[in-house]
Design a protein around this ligand. Structure first.
Ligand SMILES: Nc1ncnc2c1ncn2[C@@H]1O[C@H](COP(=O)(O)OP(=O)(O)OP(=O)(O)O)[C@@H](O)[C@H]1O
Ligand SMILES: [Mg+2]
Ligand SMILES: [Zn+2]
Length: 299
């Protein structure tokens, strides 16, 4: 026979447990209680979880919160306007910041009309129809403007860029000559300290949503420049980015000038992505142009 095991020893704390209470006997839990208030601001009666009688109603609380944020919001807005203005001064040379279209007969009516009416491709723009009933700016995203010197091509483009910039569209402007210089520096493998800026410029020209390429055909034409032009136009076309350009040269002159290897491709792509106007073209009839209430009356 084996001896029975000793009875288990309970810890002493087990002896102090409160007696079990059945659920039905438990005291009722106090649920969250809504209290009635009269808003000290507007007098409306409302309920909330807080006790007391002076809680503001949700509407008045919200008004107070917005009022408290107002100076912050105004400050942020003033700062963003200031930085946009500063960016505009970086973007546009002083001479082109304002153009008096009325008192300068030497400026072409076509330039003036484009400066006032051209806008980014989209429903708003497609609503403007020419005399033939088709979109007056075509279906291309971009705009090309060519014709004799001094007719206001560059002025028209800066007027357009100004509207876009202040509407929040990122724009960049480059002189063909500066673009070509950058392309040459890269091709000649100039020291990196010099080349870095050139690489930046070319990259920005490829990627910015709206690029003004001013005075196409004024640059020195070399195979390296033609290649850079080709890449620029190809990248912008592939990514559906807007190109604006001005030139004194005709398409044939440009093709000849750019050199045989790349010219056809460049000129063809430019034609595909931009609607081209000549400074001396008659402007589409005023009656056909629906005015856009969002755009300023004069550029
Ligand atoms: N404040 C001004 N307001 C309006 N027109 C001006 C003003 N100052 C100069 N002009 C005129 O602007 C014209 C030059 O404009 P712009 O540079 O846009 O011409 P362009 O067609 O681009 O010429 P280019 O082919 O040589 O680049 C000149 O004919 C000049 O008389
Ligand atoms: Mg010009
Ligand atoms: Zn209230």
């Amino acid at each position: 026979m084996t001896a029975a095991p000793p009875p288990p020893r309970l810890p002493s704390s087990a002896l102090t447990l409160p007696p079990a209470v059945s659920i039905t006997q438990a005291p009722p839990v106090e649920l969250l209680e809504m209290h009635e208030h009269q808003c000290p601001e507007c007098g409306k009666t409302h309920t909330s979880l807080f006790r007391g009688t002076s809680a503001m109603c949700p509407d008045c609380t919200e008004k107070l919160r917005i009022a408290a944020l107002q100076p912050e919001a105004e400050k942020a807005q003033a700062e963003s306007q200031e930085s946009r203005l500063k960016a505009w001064f970086d973007l546009c040379p002083p001479d082109y910041r304002s153009t008096n279209w009325r008192d300068h007969a030497e400026l072409s009516p076509m330039c003036r009309w484009l400066a006032k009416h051209w806008w980014l491709a989209g429903a708003e723009r497609d609503a403007k129809l020419g005399p033939d009933g088709k979109p007056v700016f075509g279906h291309q995203r971009g705009l090309g403007l060519w014709g004799p010197t001094g007719r206001g091509k560059t002025r028209a483009m800066y007027a357009i860029i100004k509207r876009l910039h202040f509407a929040g569209v990122r724009c960049h402007a480059v002189q063909a000559i500066h673009f070509a210089e950058a392309a040459m520096l890269i091709a000649e493998r100039a020291p990196w300290s010099v080349r870095e800026g050139a690489v930046d410029l070319i990259r920005r020209c490829q990627t910015v949503p709206v690029l003004l390429f001013d005075d196409l055909g004024k640059e020195n034409s070399t195979p390296a420049v033609a290649k850079a032009m080709h890449d620029l136009v190809e990248v912008r076309k592939a990514h559906q980015r807007t190109l604006l350009w001005t030139s004194e040269r005709t398409a044939d002159e440009l093709a000849q000038f750019l050199g045989v290897n790349f010219a056809d491709g460049i000129v063809r792509r430019i034609g595909e992505i931009t609607r081209v106007f000549h400074t001396e073209d008659p402007i589409p009839t005023a009656a056909a142009v629906t005015s856009n209430p969002d755009l300023p009356e004069s550029p």
